[in-house]
Design a protein around this ligand. Structure first.
Ligand code: FUL
Length: 465
């Protein structure tokens, strides 16, 4: 019981809540690699090769919005060091390419115009900068770049720090001053989350779209050790890394058994990042390798629907547009989600806990008005006057009160008796339960094990076909 109370004290920062509410957002990998057919540039590419003649940031953003995504993170500088903005600190930028225009400006403007959030990926590993490996001089350069990006392009919701570094042991080693980087981000964009090599959002540990059986948000503080994250990140450019699964040793990061002996705990929710194609950058040979809808939808339910967020990469072509095959797939994802969550029928039912009506508390999806049980277990009953078809159920805890639920099940009233149709551990920010269109007149949501009195901020029951 002591450990339970200790766990329930770990709560998110408001910026992490806002981030989690973004749920599903785009990654856009674009640089000189798009013109050289490579995944990692050497840093010696001439800006002369960069000329995406038809570039239209609004085309990207409209496609992103059509998928139901609420944000976009752009590779402002990848490992090759080429900057997609008019930096005053180097000439290795888009300004000195035949294309000339400031792409960060155009993409951040388009995001604002279509109402989605804008985020920046800035690779610490820089194969172009002569300062790389010098220590403080490179840190100064990097801080200068961060300052430009975080002051000139409006609100930034995420600063995504990649741990990848392919320098050979005898190559240039740069010891990044992470603490300094974090400080400037907090000063310039206090609402931005720092992802992966950062304290706010945790890399799920692979790039293939795999998730753990349970993605907990309360985890040991040591999982946030940036040096270790960077070490465990990509040190070589190959498919093997992109396809790797989570290793067995870190399959469970947050069960009660794991946390029991930890001295320091943190709120550090998971993000799943993967690409819509095999590569992160565009390759003509992959135009017909856009991943199937069913695969992407599965990743969506295993991430957004399982207490993580989903960062899906779409690489623009060398013309500067999303390819039609990717655009089509994004629209299909959006169509699927709009259909699945078209009609919430919770409002048409009686929803009770211990005989009291709790409907208004769980309909609102608000952290100010929410359901809280009297004991660590709870049964919520949902009843309709006549049978309904259910396709999906959404459950959300009030994460301002931490994540408390450790085990729950759902039963459906079928042929006069309740049958268990689902069970799992984590609810957290959001759990989506996919059902094969169950016909029922009632549900029982049983919270069977919790760290302390469980909360629910939302129950959504969506009509099936
Ligand atoms: C990796 C990088 O090396 C890839 O090129 C890509 O940017 C991916 C998101 O992270 O570590």
């Amino acid at each position: 019981m002591v450990i339970d109370k200790k766990l329930a004290k770990i709560v998110p920062h408001e910026r992490q809540i806002k981030f989690q509410q973004t749920e599903f957002y785009a990654f856009v990998h674009f640089t000189v690699n798009t013109f050289t057919d490579r995944e990692w540039g050497s840093g010696t590419e001439s800006p002369e090769i960069f000329d995406p003649v038809k570039l239209d940031a609004e085309q990207w953003v409209k496609a992103v919005v059509s998928a139901g995504m609420k944000g976009l993170i752009l590779t402002c500088k990848h490992h090759d060091g080429f900057c997609l903005w008019h930096s005053r600190l180097t000439e290795h930028t888009v300004e000195y390419s035949p294309f000339g225009r400031d792409i960060v400006r155009e993409v951040s403007d388009a995001c604002q115009k279509y109402g989605i959030k804008f985020g920046v990926y800035l690779s610490p590993w820089d194969r172009h900068s002569p300062l790389y490996g010098s220590g403080k001089d490179y840190d100064d350069y990097f801080i200068g770049q961060l300052t430009e990006l975080l002051t000139n392009y409006g609100n930034v919701f995420s600063v995504w720090f990649d741990g990848a570094c392919g320098e050979v042991p005898n190559g240039k080693k740069q010891y990044y001053d992470w603490g300094r980087y974090y400080k400037i981000i907090r000063a310039l964009q206090p609402d931005a989350c720092i992802n992966v090599c950062g304290p706010d959002v945790r890399w799920c540990g692979n790039e293939a779209g795999h998730t753990r059986k349970a993605e907990w948000s309360v985890v040991p503080a040591r999982t946030r050790d940036t040096e270790k994250i960077a070490e465990n990140s990509q040190q070589e450019d190959n498919d093997k890394f992109r396809q790797r699964k989570i290793s067995a040793w870190d399959e469970d990061l947050g069960s009660r058994e794991i946390l029991e002996n930890e001295s320091e705990l943190v709120w550090y929710p998971a993000e799943v990042n993967t690409s819509i194609r095999p590569g992160w950058f565009w390759h003509e040979s992959e135009n017909d390798k856009v991943r199937p809808l069913s695969e992407l939808i599965n990743i969506y339910y295993n991430s957004v629907g399982a207490n993580a967020t989903f960062l899906l990469n779409i690489p623009p072509t060398n013309e500067g547009l999303f390819h039609e095959n990717d655009v089509k797939r994004l629209g299909e994802i959006g169509d699927h989600l709009r259909k699945a969550f078209a009609e919430n029928i919770t409002g048409t039912a009686d929803v009770t806990y211990n005989g009291t009506d709790i409907k208004s508390k769980i309909l609102s999806d608000s952290y100010d008005d929410f359901f809280i049980a009297d004991t660590p277990s709870a049964v919520i009953t949902v009843k309709w006057n006549s049978p309904v078809n259910i396709g999906h159920i959404v459950l959300k805890e009030n994460i301002r009160k931490s994540q408390r639920v450790e085990h729950f099940s759902v039963e459906a009233l079928i042929d006069g008796s309740f049958e268990k149709i689902y069970e799992n551990t984590v609810i957290g920010y959001k759990r989506i339960i996919r059902l094969e269109n169950i016909k029922t007149q009632g549900l029982r949501i049983n919270i069977t094990d919790s760290r302390t009195e469980p909360t629910l901020s939302f129950i959504g029951i969506y009509k099936g076909e």
